[in-house]
Design a protein around this ligand. Structure first.
Ligand SMILES: [Zn+2]
Length: 174
């Protein structure tokens, strides 16, 4: 598996302001009925121990990540293009899911909202800008290619990655 180790690397900092973290004041403890995160000491945590301790008394409200998914409020979009990734589709999808797993330890509100093949591209939507940037950088570390990251209108991180094979290699790999 072409997974990067990810050690000694500084985490990307969020660049976009996240309205879902600001508009709603949650009381403590609150449990998200959709995903089971707990709001504890002003943070959303995935913690089974705290969850079992507070679940009887906790308020039940959806966490910011589940609300974004309901509203389809996308904060990151990754578009993988070029004919190279078509030769390693499963590997690419695994790498993307592994980045989600890795980032969720740091921020359990970072999720993949959707991952789908559109024409010859792979399009991934995420609940945070960081996760989209991490996915793009991980793809480039593993497969080189060309990476472009744009923060458009201060609303969404748009991450484009592309790599094309030499025409002769496309034939050989078919
Ligand atoms: Zn949730």
């Amino acid at each position: 598996m072409p997974l990067s180790r990810g050690t000694g690397r500084s985490d990307p900092k969020p660049k976009l302001s996240d309205p879902y973290l600001l508009v709603k004041a949650y009381q403590e403890p609150t449990v998200c009925p959709s995903c089971g995160l707990v709001f504890h000491k002003k943070r959303w945590l995935r913690d089974e121990h705290i969850l079992s301790e507070v679940s009887d008394v906790a308020q039940k409200h959806k966490c910011p990540a589940c609300r974004k998914i309901d509203d389809h409020y996308v904060m990151g979009q990754v578009i993988v293009s070029g004919n190279f990734f078509l030769t390693i589709k499963d590997e690419m999808v695994n790498l993307i899911h592994n980045q989600e797993k890795k980032e969720s330890f740091r921020n359990p509100l970072a999720r993949i909202m959707s991952l789908k093949f559109e024409q010859n591209n792979l399009v991934v939507e995420t609940t945070t800008d960081n996760l989209a940037v991490m996915i793009g950088k991980a793809i480039q570390r593993s497969y080189n290619g060309e990476l472009n990251i744009n923060f458009s209108n201060n609303k969404i991180a748009r991450v484009d990655w592309s790599r094309n094979l030499e025409p002769s290699k496309v034939k050989r790999n078919k």
